[in-house]
Design a protein around this ligand. Structure first.
Ligand code: LRH
Ligand code: MN
Length: 385
């Protein structure tokens, strides 16, 4: 049990700055009281999640949603709050120029503009001390014949190579794939295979990020995780959950068993070992629920799935698998999943001086009432779409 506790104590989950701002759907973005007005306030809210869970020490930024005059000062502010700046997320999906694509656009001028934004994000990594650039491209086409699918891959590869060459010592980029939306016929990075192939061609500083909401229904995501880990190409996760499409709901909320199966392949593949460098990031939108408690609950959902995955009796499982004992092996797996790990995690929190129930502790802290009273006026943060 001690090493399981040690592994859980060392767990590191990264929360996304945009989860603390207003978000919604094309139908409506509901504004909520106390929402941050700038990246400094977003970091303060993220620090609450770390303060109550003990395992959320970094915050991913999204550019330009988190644009500031002095990124080094923002990083200093984060340190003062007891957190750090994590992955820098590029944004080449909200400018009118990108209607027909960004780095894959037919026009060289637009491709240049998009690639320059990606390079600017590396400058921001230098300023904040972040070692990870996360690249997601909304690029794609809506109708057959609209553009040349192969030529768009050539354009993508050209831009990725330029960004790859710009990466400094200890820096990497994670390429994110997504089956569809906003493109509805062909997306230029639609699946793990396309992302993997581009990353293998580029080299060791390029890895794949698995956003759990970006697959076709029925996709066995834990297989992709096992495969990419085996190849040393799993750079990280964008954790969330969904019932239908890219719903960006709280991780583990829609399918806690899937999250357990994913975390088991992470454990089995050495993905929790810090040197493997897998980034466990949340990528969610709390459209109708309070945002900081939503992040705390999400971090706890990953922690619970991880604890259950660590409780799988690997020896008994390997023995049953070797004997072809199908039901026996499945029973060993389900025993861990059906184990209530909440008492273990409450104990772990108390051992490190935290309250056993982070949700109750945050509610009792009065922080929400404080920010609602303080954050009057100004422009609430959002996706700026
Ligand atoms: C795209 C995505 C990507 C982000 C955005 C916030 O759907 O998952 O990771 O940049 O959401
Ligand atoms: Mn994502």
């Amino acid at each position: 049990m001690t090493d399981i506790k040690a592994t859980l104590l060392a767990q590191h989950i990264e929360t996304p700055s945009w989860a603390y701002g207003n978000s919604g759907t094309r139908f409506k973005v509901f504004a909520q009281k106390g929402v941050p007005r700038d990246p400094y306030e977003k970091l303060a809210d993220a620090a609450q999640v770390h303060a109550h869970t003990g395992i959320a020490p970094t915050v991913a930024l999204h550019i330009p949603w988190d644009k500031v005059d002095d990124y080094a000062d923002l990083a200093r502010h984060a340190r003062e709050l007891g957190v750090g700046i994590g992955a820098i997320n590029s944004n080449v999906f909200q400018d009118d120029d990108y209607m027909l694509g960004s780095v894959t656009h037919p026009a060289k001028r637009v491709r240049r503009k998009a690639t320059d934004h990606l390079l600017e994000c590396v400058d921001i990594m230098d300023a904040t001390g972040s070692d990870t650039l996360k690249l997601w491209f909304s690029d794609g086409i809506n109708y057959p014949g609209q553009d040349d699918i192969r030529a768009r891959q050539d354009r993508l590869a050209e831009s990725l190579a330029e960004v790859y060459d710009r990466l400094g010592e200890g820096q990497r980029f994670l390429l994110e794939y997504k089956l569809f939306e906003p493109a509805f016929y062909a997306t230029d990075v639609p699946d793990w295979g396309t992302a993997y192939a581009h990353c293998v061609k580029l080299g060791p500083k390029a890895q794949v990020v698995v956003d759990t909401g970006h697959h076709a229904p029925g996709t066995n995501i834990e297989f992709i995780v096992a495969f990419l880990l085996r190849e040393g190409k799993l750079g990280g996760f964008d954790f969330n959950s969904r019932f239908y499409a890219d719903d960006d709901l709280m991780v583990g909320a829609a399918d806690p068993f899937q999250l357990f199966r994913i975390m088991y392949e992470v454990v089995r593949g050495g993905g929790l070992d810090p040197e493997t460098g897998v980034a466990f990031m949340l990528d969610q939108c709390h459209n109708i629920e309070p945002k900081i408690p939503g992040q705390i609950r999400s971090v706890m959902n990953v922690q619970e799935a991880t604890a259950k995955a660590l409780l799988v009796d690997r020896e008994a499982l390997a023995a049953a698998q070797a004997e072809g004992d199908v039901l026996g092996a499945n029973a060993v797996f389900m025993d861990a999943y059906n184990t209530d790990v909440r008492p273990l995690l409450a104990e772990l929190r108390e051992e490190r001086g935290l309250a056993p129930d982070p949700m109750a502790a945050y509610a009792k802290s009065g922080y929400f009432e404080k920010i609602v009273a303080e954050r009057v006026g100004g422009q609430q943060a959002g996706w700026g779409a």
